[in-house]
Design a protein around this ligand. Structure first.
Ligand SMILES: NC(=O)c1ccc[n+]([C@@H]2O[C@H](COP(=O)([O-])OP(=O)(O)OC[C@H]3O[C@@H](n4cnc5c(N)ncnc54)[C@H](O)[C@@H]3O)[C@@H](O)[C@H]2O)c1
Length: 256
């Protein structure tokens, strides 16, 4: 028996990094998985590698009609929806004075509005199944703020508050749906390498090198937490902000 046997999951941003690891682990543990991403080539490759329990669907998380159709196609293909992992995200550097309004809005659209839209369209379908689990990808940036990534930190702060508001709503509705957020520190994925190098692509060697030097964790270590929250093992965990950072946020600065 897998830990999410027979469940149906949508994972956004599943063509790369943590979303890819989440999709692979959920499928290994018995779920049918929709690999949802803007990146069709890499997303299809992830679904193909998983096999018959996975389906790639192109999704732009900022597009509401796209969300409606992905949820509909998930139900049509796999018979329901039990798990939504809102993982897709963009990182952009910039302080309060050098961030353009258009860039600020773009980051909110993907990282925050995309999560809102996913929850909005998944919840009615999950309710029909008698419940479900939503896992929203936030960041330690939501907890501390980041002077040089203002738009990103603000978007992840919004995800944190959205998550708690949805958890409370679902509890009030007694609809059996739980909603939690995950707050990693550095994870070895293309996202951090692209920002560190300023390039559009990242090789596995670059990911390993930068990840090692900054003491980052593996995407699979985050996926283990996603699996726990997605499974019935976390049946009383609702509205939690799960920090997964090897004590980074509680370690005082050197010298104190
Ligand atoms: N890597 C880290 O250190 C770190 C730390 C904390 C939180 N996070 C968060 O984890 C999540 C995954 O990040 P990652 O590091 O795996 O990044 P990644 O760049 O490897 O993967 C992000 C995926 O999101 C997809 N995506 C981007 N915009 C999209 C859109 N509009 N619609 C659909 N898909 C879209 C990309 O195509 C990509 O496949 C993000 O929300 C990120 O903010 C990352």
């Amino acid at each position: 028996m897998g830990r999410v046997d027979g469940k149906v999951a949508i994972v956004t941003g599943a063509a790369s990094g943590m979303g890819k690891a989440d999709a692979q682990l959920l499928a290994n543990e018995g779920a049918k998985v929709v690999v949802a991403d803007l990146n069709e080539t890499d997303g299809q490759a992830v679904a193909d590698a998983i096999g018959h329990n996975a389906l790639f669907l192109r999704l732009d998380v900022t597009d509401e009609s796209n969300w409606k159709s992905v949820v509909e196609q998930t139900v049509a293909s796999f018979g329901g929806l039990d798990i939504l992992v809102n993982n897709a995200g963009l990182l952009m550097l910039g302080t309060v004075v050098d961030t353009q309004l258009s860039a600020f809005r773009k980051i909110q659209a993907v990282n925050s509005e995309g999560v809102f839209l996913g929850c909005k369209h998944a919840i009615p379908v999950m309710e029909k199944n008698g419940g479900g689990s939503i896992v929203n990808m936030s960041s330690v940036a939501a907890l501390s703020g980041v002077s040089f990534a203002l738009a990103y930190a603000a978007s992840k702060g919004a995800v944190t508050a959205l998550t708690k508001s949805i958890a409370m709503y679902c509890k009030e509705q007694k609809n059996g749906i739980r909603c939690n957020s995950i707050h990693p520190d550095g994870v070895k994925t293309p996202m951090v390498v692209k920002v560190a190098t300023g390039k559009d692509t990242a090789t596995q060697e670059e990911i390993d090198e930068i990840g090692r030097s900054a003491n980052m964790c593996e995407p699979a270590e985050i996926a283990n937490l996603v699996l726990y929250l997605a499974s019935d093992e976390s049946s009383f965990v609702n509205g939690a902000q799960m920090v997964i950072d090897n004590a980074a946020t509680i370690t005082p600065p050197v010298g104190i």
